[in-house]
Design a protein around this ligand. Structure first.
Ligand SMILES: Cc1cc2nc3c(=O)[nH]c(=O)nc-3n(C[C@H](O)[C@H](O)[C@H](O)COP(=O)(O)OP(=O)(O)OC[C@H]3O[C@@H](n4cnc5c(N)ncnc54)[C@H](O)[C@@H]3O)c2cc1C
Length: 416
């Protein structure tokens, strides 16, 4: 007796959660379409310098996954693509996937000859616009697929032709256009992740001051592939800071900004304190917090950093930051002594929280969301959620979450 063939699964977002969900489902036997809006996979993790708890570089975890992806013929990866329409059917969803023009196609060998011929510079999205990169470039060192991307609209027709002529593999197609494809799927995993809460909304905390940066900017600054080649510097002077302040709950657990705790910011700042101490051993580091949150086995990491020389964890709410004669001044509520104090710093890192990307996604697939914009499972409609699209969490929890989502989606699509 032959069994009915299960419909493919659609996974939206190829961060660590989406990639894990796609691999787990495919290794259970499902056909999977993995749709990612950026030109390469890995999501926000690829912008982290080192990740806790082991403090290894993001490439080590992703490399295993890309090898699993390459070996698995059941997964089709569509990068530079978005689901632009979705209609519920009796057997799942009929979706339309729109793919941006492939000015650089799969013949690209990443040799770099095109970039040699390119003189136009654009803000580098991988480094959050903190530096400039060639208009044609590899998205970042560990990009998968290892293929150049081209900001075609940034260069003149003349320069575009020179760039195309420099390619010896015929990989550059200046006439490429947007394409669309209709796909029938049995179930959907939403793994669209997060974006950082914007610094511009935190004027009281100096979000518009040059030496006040966000935690995600600190990750790029500490990375060798980042805008300063890995050096932690004050943006105003390009000098290493002597005093660094980490301000926790910058816009989080605050009715005026984000109501919730993002769960990872304390650990991210503790980790970043180690970046500072490794590079600038004499630096004084102070972390201002309301509550120290290091769930589970991460408590060990907190205690280790708290014991480091020159690291002070101070229970205090920072209400205002200003720059007075080149010096940053923090106005802090000293919670234990019930008084207001002032403190100095050369560099401030605001620990901003995670905003779900789905918050402004209006597709039918995203209709069940909580009041903060995190997506909820809708198993009756065959939609399940993985990673930070569901709730703020770290990589290990996102991976566990994605495995569960894959299993639910396989069942919803009739695969088991
Ligand atoms: C400062 C900071 C430091 C951190 N450091 C650590 C750490 O050291 N260790 C740790 O465990 N965790 C850390 N985290 C948390 C970690 O970044 C998250 O757990 C992780 O990114 C969650 O992965 P995700 O796949 O759910 O989301 P993401 O990484 O956001 O991936 C989502 C993917 O979906 C894509 N996407 C979005 N919308 C669409 C759409 N509509 N269509 C197609 N694709 C879409 C995005 O482009 C992206 O590739 C840190 C977080 C911050 C803020």
């Amino acid at each position: 007796m032959s069994e009915a063939k299960a419909s493919p699964l659609l996974v939206i977002g190829a961060g660590i959660a989406g990639v894990t969900a796609a691999l787990e489902a495919a290794e259970m036997g499902s056909e999977v379409v993995l749709v990612e809006e950026l030109p390469s996979i890995g999501g926000r993790v690829m912008r982290i310098n080192n990740y806790f708890p082991k403090l290894c570089p993001p490439s080590c975890g992703m490399e295993i996954n890309t090898r699993r992806l390459e070996r698995n013929p059941r997964i089709r990866v569509m990068t530079s693509s978005k689901v632009t329409a979705a209609v519920k059917t009796d057997s799942g969803w009929a979706v339309t996937v729109t793919t941006a023009p492939a000015f650089v196609n799969s013949k690209c060998t990443a040799c770099g000859d095109c970039a040699e011929a390119c003189t136009t510079m654009v803000p580098d999205p991988h480094n959050l616009g903190l530096n400039e990169a060639k208009a044609i470039r590899l998205p970042h060192l560990n990009a998968w697929p290892k293929r150049y991307v081209f900001n075609r609209e940034a260069v003149s027709d003349n320069e575009a032709k020179k760039i195309a002529d420099a390619c010896g593999f015929g990989a550059i197609d200046l006439d490429a256009t947007e394409t669309t494809e209709d796909i029938e799927v049995g179930a959907v995993v939403v793994a669209t992740g997060w974006r950082p809460y914007p610094l511009e909304n935190l004027e009281d905390l100096g979000g518009d001051i040059d030496d006040v940066i966000s935690n995600v900017q600190m990750e790029r600054m500490a990375s060798t592939g980042g805008p300063t080649g890995g050096k932690i510097l004050c943006p105003s002077s390009n000098e290493p800071p002597k005093k660094v302040a980490f301000v926790q709950c910058a816009g989080s657990r605050d009715v005026n900004h984000l109501n919730y705790c993002s769960g990872i910011c304390c650990l991210a700042s503790l980790k970043q304190a180690t970046y500072v101490k490794e590079q600038i051993p004499d630096a004084e580091v102070t972390m201002y917090y309301i509550d120290r949150r290091a769930p589970g086995r991460n408590e060990d990491f907190l205690l280790k950093v708290a014991e480091m020389d020159g690291v002070d964890l101070f229970k205090g709410k920072v209400g205002r930051i200003e720059k007075v004669k080149k010096q940053l001044k923090l106005h802090v509520e000293d919670v234990e002594n019930v008084k207001l104090i002032e403190a100095d710093a050369d560099l401030v890192v605001l620990a901003t929280g995670m905003v779900p990307n789905a918050i402004d996604d209006d597709l039918a697939l995203f209709t069940r969301k909580d009041e903060e914009g995190f997506v909820l499972d809708d198993l009756e409609s065959g939609v399940t959620v993985a990673g930070v699209a569901r709730r703020p969490e770290d990589v290990a929890s996102s991976v566990r979450d994605a495995t569960g989502a894959a299993a639910r989606a396989v069942i919803a699509a009739g695969g088991r």
